[in-house]
Write a protein that binds this ligand. Sequence first.
Ligand SMILES: O=C(O)CCC(=O)C(=O)O
Length: 331
Amino acid sequence: MNTKPSSVLESNLNGARLSHLSIGCTAPKAGETPALPGNHLLIRAPLESNLSSVIDPGSEPHSPDLYTVAAEATPLDGLEAVTDEHIAFYRQEGYLAIDNVFTPGEVESAKAGLLDLILGRNTSFAGITFEAGAAERLEELTVDERQDAVRKLMHFVDHEPRLKAASEKPAVLALIGRILGESPRMFQDMALIKPPRFGREKPWHQDKAYFDLPVDARVTGVWIALDPATVENGCMHLQPLGHHRGPQIHFKRRDWQICDTEIMGKPSVAVPLRPGGALFFDGLLPHGTPTNYSPHRRKALQFHYAGASCGKTSTAERLAVFGSEGKDVTC
Ligand SMILES: O=C(O)CCC(=O)C(=O)O
């Protein structure tokens, strides 16, 4: 059973800052992660293709007090274990952690698909962002080093059938359908690879702050561990119940994020997972992942689903809800 909530958190935020060198930037599709941090260094990656890639701008280190673990979630064992009570738990707490959602074979297949993309074996794919810490060494990296230089990949399902299969696993779609109350439609695919020793933080945020979707749209994120995800290597941290407060204001700081002062010192629930385990969570649930200072790689896939009938909204409308502009708040 999953850990019970630690506290409901109040929120109110602010701020803005991000600056770096920029000569290129991937354009997000409508309704997906916005280009709020904006500036990325465009490079040519070597190895097996003429792949263009972007460098994550990086940011200053975060305070350890942003990730104060009060409890660790205890995952269910397998999708078959999910009862109506667990769906009620998801609705109330905002999340459900489940081990053994994907078989070892499916995990290996997804990892092989990711590796092919990282090594540039698919010349039609250009959705890789490298960690800032690897920018200067990218041309000289070995295969292993190159894997550990990647921060994330996006928009790959139409380029890599093994990853598309992960996003369409019928039993997973069935659970999301139960959660959403209608057939799900996947609208965003990402892989988050927190390299050993410098894989950087994803500051606290609500995923819906990144999506041009109607404010009342129900969104479920599915975060899938491909390596062991631990407190040490940057597993997911959540604030249970936080989705009930609705949209929180986000600020451009280390990323498009909730203000640190709203999070600092407040207890969170960490969600360690074995490879093949998955976290299902509400699109308004505040969550973040700390820097990976460990020697261990942490690869994960993340897919977002809305109901098949869900429409779209504009970036301006989204920022009117999640942005600080005109709201007289500071961070
Ligand atoms: O996997 C991570 O490090 C963070 C993923 C996440 O929260 C996101 O991309 O929205």
